[in-house]
Design a protein around this ligand. Structure first.
Ligand code: KG4
Ligand code: ZN
Length: 333
């Protein structure tokens, strides 16, 4: 069978990225320009600044990617792009670039949901097998997705309020350890011990999550200690907080796998880079005889490679878009 090369574009938040992916599995070339250094000054992503940066970077990443792959647009079979969910101004930049390329070079345009992209990050080095459950944990999402087959998605649970990555970022801001908070808290946690008692969120039998109570508990603790002039041990707080997150996430995930009688687990999204979550899930999966796959750390946070991987299967299913494709900032699975 002829090989399929997809050029993919991702610009849903603060990373401008272009990748060329072969047959949904092989990363031929990936270029990512991150804006983290700019947004760090504001303690979070500023949407207006993000879209302006994407405009500056979009042509650079596309040109660099083609150069890196030693390919021309003419060698590409289709153009893929993230159309949502994400920041609307950011999404529109990637969308306009993809639509222009598709129109000028007469290539099919494949719309990809950002969350599906995160899931297919697992397919880049090892082909996914079904049925499986995907635990999607990112800055904007916390969801359990059942996939009975290729490119079929059934949401079985999700957060009722804040996403797990958002909670990490907020807690990091409260204890003043920098942005993005996830990687910093993960590292601090490895050096700390469990000291602060925090509530286990939504400790029930559902597949849903809730993190806003935990977030408020950390904020209250930090404020109280400041008022009393007590010194907060940041490493111990990071460890106490991460332990609660790990406990909540693993409990619900393992319950879903057992109830649905599914023997495969994959992890997706920026928080999938978390060492505490990876270690705990690995330990339980081994004990429970559950096959697991966690994406390479470099494909966990936003990148266009995962979009190119997902797009291959969308294309096989005949999913293409016309030139009036629009950004959908709150798109669900
Ligand atoms: O998937 P992503 O790049 O963007 C969204 O689609 O949201 O995820 C970004 C999120 C941020 O909240 C960041 O703090 C978190 O992923 N993150 C982590 C780690 N690395 C990134 N959270 C916990 N532990 C990490 N090691
Ligand atoms: Zn993402």
């Amino acid at each position: 069978m002829k090989d399929t090369y997809i050029l993919a574009i991702e610009s849903s938040c603060d990373e401008t990225s272009c990748a060329i992916v072969k047959n949904g599995q092989e990363d031929i070339a990936t270029v990512i320009l991150s804006q983290i250094d700019i947004h760090t000054n504001f303690g979070g992503v500023v949407p207006e600044i993000a879209s302006r940066q994407h405009i500056k970077n979009i042509t650079i990443v596309i040109e660099d990617c083609l150069k890196k792959a030693n390919m021309k647009i003419e060698d590409i079979d289709a153009i893929a792009v993230t159309y949502g969910p994400g920041l609307v101004g950011s999404l529109l930049v990637g969308l306009e670039a993809a639509k222009t390329l598709s129109l000028i070079y007469n290539k099919p345009l494949i719309p990809v949901n950002h969350i599906i992209g995160h899931i297919y990050a697992n397919n880049i080095e090892k082909k996914m097998e079904y049925p499986l459950i995907a635990l999607v944990i990112s800055g904007g999402h916390t969801e359990l997705i059942l996939m009975k087959d290729e490119y079929e998605f059934e949401k079985i649970g999700g957060t009722l309020d804040d996403a797990v990555g958002e909670t990490y970022d907020k807690v990091a801001r409260v204890i003043d350890v920098g942005y993005p908070g996830g990687p910093v808290i993960d590292k601090l946690s490895a050096k700390g011990s469990y000291e602060y008692d925090l509530p286990i969120p939504l400790n029930d039998n559902s597949y849903n999550f809730s993190f806003s109570g935990l977030k408020s508990a950390v904020i209250n603790l930090a404020h109280k200690m400041k008022q009393r002039n007590e010194k907060l041990n940041k490493e111990n707080l990071a460890k106490s907080f991460q332990d609660v997150i790990v406990e909540s996430i693993t409990k619900k995930t393992i319950k879903a796998l057992k109830d649905k009688n599914v023997k495969r687990l994959i992890l997706a999204g920026g928080v999938a880079a978390n060492q505490g979550i990876r270690n705990k899930l690995e330990e339980i999966c081994k004990k429970e005889n559950i096959e697991y796959n966690f994406p390479n750390i470099k494909y966990c946070t936003d990148n266009a490679t995962m979009i190119g991987a997902a797009a291959y299967y969308a294309y096989k299913k005949g999913i293409t878009a016309t030139i009036d494709l629009n950004a959908v900032s709150n798109e669900e699975l």
